[in-house]
Design a binder for this molecule. Structure first.
Ligand code: F6P
Length: 342
């Protein structure tokens, strides 16, 4: 038997742990594993590498992916013909696709419309994939945000400043809410709740009056001001909320806070730091369990499935049910964060 594995979409901590798990489990059965380079691009360009036990030595703690990745979408780019041709050339009996919402949507279509025999593994720091309680990468990202907030508290307290921390998470509030709770943020602004700038400033001013002249605000990259109090210019709007790249709300928010409250305000955009470096123990274990389960599904010929974690059980769900719509944060979690606002 010969199986392929590819990592597509944004990198995240734990991808190497998945690759290692698949290769090690397959080696025990004498099954060959082909690593497809750079996500779907490797199938379009027939760029691959044989993966053996030796190829995965020492990669468990490493961030990124030894296979490389890309955001190429072969369906949108009309590369399906070349992709299918290369799949035939490679003589793969099955394919494991490690990806986020976009890459797993491609996987769903390849299975349902073209009968490409594949299994999906969900990864993303955003934790926004339906059908699984967690994706790997998320726990590491939250740990990085937490550590950053802990460190920012020093300058906030010493200089009596407001520190705005802009975090990733695409259109959902998972990273902001979890990071904000773990780091003890005083305000968390998320896409699902457009914020009123007057309320934010009132909170900050009343903290100052109460003898707490420093504050930490976590703002998600897709958080929007409430339409009734929109202070962004048209240009700012289009540069912050771009379809393919979000970012910049922190800077504009900090300026507005400083203008309204007269409290010195600084901004830290954590950006790609949240996706880098060594995975936490939780992410290593989750990625490893996902890799083993995906291999088992391939051996069973259980195609069109995505591995998932439900409670603490590793299960599988049809890709068709897992993608298409993002998973929103449970409101209960946001309400916990809200208790500590102000
Ligand atoms: O999906 C992961 C993620 O890091 C998002 O949180 C962020 O909006 C996006 O990817 C950034 O994408 P890119 O790597 O293409 O800049």
């Amino acid at each position: 038997m010969r199986i392929g594995v590819l990592t597509a979409g944004g990198d995240c901590p734990g991808l190497n742990a998945v690759i290692r798990a698949v290769v090690r489990r397959a080696a025990a059965d004498d099954v060959d594993v082909v690593g497809i380079k750079n996500g779907w691009r490797g199938l379009v360009e027939n760029d691959h590498v044989e993966l053996t036990r030796a190829s995965v030595v020492g990669i468990l703690p490493r961030g990124g992916t030894i296979l490389g990745t890309s955001r190429l979408n072969p369906v949108e780019d009309e590369q399906l013909g070349r992709l299918q041709e290369n799949l035939r050339i490679l003589r793969l009996d099955g394919l494991i696709v490690v990806g986020g919402e976009g890459s797993l949507s491609v996987a769903r279509d390849l299975w349902s419309d073209h009968q490409v025999q594949l299994v999906g593994i969900p990864k993303t720091i955003d934790n926004d994939i339906r059908g699984t309680d967690f994706t790997f990468g998320f726990d590491t990202a939250v740990s990085i945000v937490t550590d950053a907030i802990d460190r920012l508290h020093s300058t906030a307290e010493s200089h009596h400043r407001v520190m705005v921390v802009e975090v990733m998470g695409r259109h959902t509030r998972w990273i902001a809410a979890y990071g904000g709770i773990a780091g003890g943020a005083d305000i968390v602004l998320v896409p699902e709740h457009p914020f009123r700038i007057t309320k934010v400033c009132e909170l900050l001013s009343s903290r100052k009056k109460d003898g707490r002249p420093f504050s930490i605000i976590v703002v998600a990259e897709d958080a929007h001001p409430h339409p009734a109090e929109d202070f962004l210019t048209k240009e700012q709007n289009s540069s912050i909320y771009r379809h393919d790249r979000l970012g910049g709300i922190g800077e504009v928010l900090a300026d507005e806070i400083e203008r309204c409250t007269d409290i010195q305000t600084r901004v830290t955009k954590l950006g790609y730091v949240q996706r880098g470096g060594s995975p936490t123990a939780f992410d290593r274990i989750l990625a490893t369990r996902f890799g083993i389960k995906a291999y088992e599904l391939v051996r069973q010929g259980n195609w069109g499935q995505m591995v998932a974690i439900c409670g603490n059980r590793i299960v599988s769900v049809p890709l068709a049910e897992a993608v298409g719509e993002v998973k929103r944060l449970d409101d209960e979690i946001y309400r916990v964060a809200e208790v500590f606002f102000g």
